[in-house]
Structure formats: structure tokens, C-alpha cells
Design a protein. Structure first.
Length: 313
């Protein structure tokens, strides 16, 4: 019998940039990857709807400590809006609630785009993970309740019309945390007087990761067959993982020697050295020999650790 408290998985650490297939939920994808790698810990950085495909960054092991930095990063989506119908879920999954024979012109669509660029207010969909009095909005919606969800401030860096036909249009958007593309399709349809819903949605980027780092699920499943056999080799699987520190692009890196790294791992602050080292930084990370040691802050020329990484990234 296994001892109580013993871990069930491997201590594997890093980021997997999964190309999530449509039809699979984000939680399901994380569970699948965790099982494939036999990892003891896993989480994702930004939910993708089951009907959506594309980039789903999955953190394994100590990489889960860096999830908030990826959650706050900009995201890029390419999506198709079908005109003429509004649906309860604002995508293909829900029933039709409003229809229109009106169809927008390309000029009307292009003229609308500036209204959805910059910092705007947006009301999340009824079918969303927003909590209303402790309950998820989608649970209340499935029970037939109509809930009041407050509009919130979001930021859209750019919104481009990629292609246009009479019944649908393809857009690409770069946006910040908390943006619901389904709400965007709903609101654009209402403003154009024709209603609309998401017919197809793909996330192509989550900063700081790039499309070149995407990994398909089938090759992982194939590699796992051999790895899960008795005495199997997890090397081919682990080789696709990115270093934990990949998620920290944009944060100041404080390079330290081995002695300073040892002090940091004990929770002690160290003096920041180097001509280009910052004297102050609310968020930074320390590295030794190019490997992640800790997350922390620089205050008065001292690096003060907040989260230590025994795995070394």
C-alpha cells in the first residue's frame, strides 16, 4: 500500500504549449497532459472554451508558480462571427434566441472596429465562469436563471477584419486579460443590427509564448505509450517542455552566483550586483548559471525572494 501523503506523479517541471483541439475542455486537457507526463502537479494559464482550439499553456510542477505572469499576458485570437442569429451561449453550442434578416456591409463592419479598440467596457456572457454570489454564472444559466453580470473594463490592442462574406466575417484580435471574444461577437451583432455569434474561435498566441512552440496532442499520446510501459523513457515527452523561466520574459533577471543562490533558497535577501542591475523592481527573478532560483522583488538594491524554486527551472 502507498504511504499516506506520498506523491502519485513524477516531479516534472516546465511549460507545455498545447495546441488544444476543439471539443476538449481546458480542464480535460490539463488532466490529459498531467496523465501523459505522470506529473504530480499541473495547471493552465487561461481557459479556452471547449469549442475553441489553439494555444493552451499548461504548467507542470513548479511552473504552476509562474501561472499568474502568463494569465496577465496579451492574447491573440482569430475568430469567425456568423451574422443573423444570437445564441444563448454566444457561440454554436447554445440555442438561437434572436434572429435577423439584416446583413452588414464590409464598410459598416470596418467603421465599427474603432469602437471596440482601446480600453472599453464589456459585459461577460451569461455562460461564463464569473462568480455570482458564490455560484458560477454558467451553472445558474443552465438552471434557466438570467443573472446580472456587471460590465468590466478590458483592453483591446487591435481588432482587424481579415475576411468578409455576406453571412459571416473573420476577425483577428489582440487583447488583454478578461476579454470575452464571445461577448465581442454578441455586441458587434447588436450594434450592426443583425445579431451574431461565434462560429469558430482559435487562440493563436499567449504572451510570452509563440506559435512555433505549439505541440499537438497526438504525438504526445504516442510518446506516452512507450513512456508508460515498465521502465519506460519519459525523455521524448520531457524534451518538449519549455523552461519555467520562459514565462517570465519581460521581468528583470537578477543573475547571482552559487553562494547567493544558496542564501536565496533559504529565504534570505542578497545584494544585487552588476552595472545594469535595477535598484528597484516590484517583480523580478533570480537566476544562477541560467537557471531559475526564485521570484521576488528588488528593494533598495536588495533582491528579496518571495517564491523559491528547488527544481531550478
Amino acid at each position: 500500500m502507498a504511504r499516506r501523503g506520498s506523491k502519485k506523479g513524477r516531479p516534472v517541471h516546465g511549460w507545455l504549449i498545447l495546441d488544444k483541439p476543439a471539443g476538449m475542455g481546458s480542464t480535460e486537457a490539463v488532466s490529459k497532459v498531467k496523465w501523459l507526463f505522470k506529473a504530480d502537479k499541473a495547471g493552465h494559464a487561461g481557459t479556452l472554451d471547449p469549442l475553441a482550439s489553439g494555444m493552451l499553456p499548461i504548467a507542470l510542477g513548479d511552473a504552476t508558480k509562474t501561472v499568474p505572469f502568463v494569465m496577465d499576458g496579451a492574447k491573440v485570437y482569430r475568430f469567425t462571427v456568423a451574422w443573423g442569429e444570437e445564441r444563448s451561449t454566444d457561440d454554436l453550442e447554445g440555442p438561437v434566441v434572436d434572429t435577423s434578416d439584416t446583413r452588414p456591409s464590409e464598410e459598416e463592419m470596418r467603421n465599427l472596429l474603432p469602437r471596440y479598440t482601446g480600453i472599453i467596457m464589456q459585459t461577460p456572457p451569461q455562460f461564463s465562469a464569473i462568480k455570482i454570489n458564490g455560484a458560477r454564472a454558467y451553472d445558474l444559466a443552465r438552471e434557466g436563471e438570467t443573472v446580472e453580470i456587471a460590465a468590466r473594463e478590458i483592453e483591446i490592442g487591435r481588432l482587424d477584419l481579415v475576411s468578409f462574406s455576406e453571412d459571416q466575417a473573420v476577425f483577428e484580435i489582440e487583447c488583454g486579460k478578461g476579454t470575452y471574444v464571445r461577448s465581442l461577437a454578441r455586441d458587434m451583432g447588436r450594434d450592426l443590427g443583425c445579431f451574431g455569434h461565434i462560429a469558430e474561435l482559435r487562440r493563436t498566441e499567449v504572451y510570452p509564448f509563440t506559435p512555433e512552440q505549439l505541440v499537438d496532442l497526438p504525438p504526445l499520446e504516442e510518446a506516452a505509450v512507450a513512456a508508460h510501459a515498465d521502465g519506460g523513457d519519459f525523455g521524448p515527452l520531457d524534451a518538449v517542455l519549455l523552461d519555467i523561466a520562459t514565462a517570465l520574459e519581460g521581468l528583470p533577471e537578477i543573475a547571482v552566483n552559487d553562494d547567493a543562490a544558496a542564501r536565496i533558497r533559504l529565504g534570505n535577501p542578497v545584494i544585487v550586483r552588476g552595472r545594469d542591475a535595477p535598484a528597484e523592481a516590484p517583480e523580478a527573478w533570480a537566476s544562477a548559471r541560467g537557471r531559475l532560483v526564485a521570484l521576488g522583488a528588488v528593494e533598495a538594491g536588495m533582491f528579496k525572494p518571495k517564491r523559491v524554486f528547488a527544481s531550478g527551472g
